[in-house]
Design a protein around this ligand. Structure first.
Ligand code: HQG
Length: 180
């Protein structure tokens, strides 16, 4: 079956964020894969792409999920990792007053008890716009928008990072910093 760009993008998310070993791909500590190696490993797994197609997928990713290195030789997922092979050194940044997190109503009671936790991923993902957050939440059920008092968290010593694509990351949001 031929794979379209959306299939290839999902495949890239899978190997660059979660299971590089599924295709024998090496990711360095900062999440970078050599593009030639990726093309070779993908081919063996039945995903046919060349460097041009890869660049095309990266350029057209709605959420700018992937980054190509300045020298053009490497690619990585901007955020969303769960693999223990990767520990990206993100830039620490001062967050805006409020950031948003979209979740599903069925998670609310647990979030009330534990705050926001990263789950399988390395970080809790936050966005600066409401629309993106609602869309993210709708993947898991009836969406609900949470407003996070991010600047206040920062003033309390919580660290915030920003991925290449602008997504905000932090390790835990205690419930007290979610606006009621
Ligand atoms: C929820 C997508 C119960 C959390 C998006 C979320 C994002 C809790 C789910 C990126 C909880 C985890 C990440 C708690 C958090 N109890 N549930 N204490 N704390 N949750 O997929 O944020 O399209 O790992 O609210 O755009 O949904 O893939 O995280 O609903 O940037 O490129 O547990 O993935 O990007 O789900 O999404 P996820 P997320 P892509």
């Amino acid at each position: 079956m031929t794979k379209n760009n959306s299939d290839l993008s999902k495949f890239l998310s899978y190997v660059l964020r979660h299971q590089p070993e599924a295709i024998g791909l090496y990711l360095d500590n900062n999440g970078w894969a050599n593009i030639d190696s990726l093309i070779r490993c993908a081919f063996k797994a039945g995903y046919i792409m060349d460097a041009d197609l890869l660049h095309n997928i990266v350029a057209n990713s709605d959420k700018k999920r992937f980054t190509i290195s300045d020298d053009g030789l490497h690619i990585r997922a901007a955020q969303g990792h769960s693999t223990s092979k990767v520990n990206i050194h993100y830039k620490e940044r001062m967050p805006p007053d409020i950031l948003y997190h979209g979740t599903a109503t069925r998670f609310l009671s647990s979030i009330q008890e534990q705050g926001l936790l990263p789950g399988k991923r390395h970080y809790v993902h936050l966005s600066s716009d409401e629309k993106t957050a609602i869309h993210v939440g709708s993947r898991y059920g009836v969406p609900v928008l949470l407003k996070i008092k991010s600047l206040q968290m920062h003033e309390h010593g919580f660290m915030f990072f920003q991925a290449d694509n602008g997504v905000w990351l932090t390790t835990h949001v205690p419930f007290q910093f979610i606006q009621q």
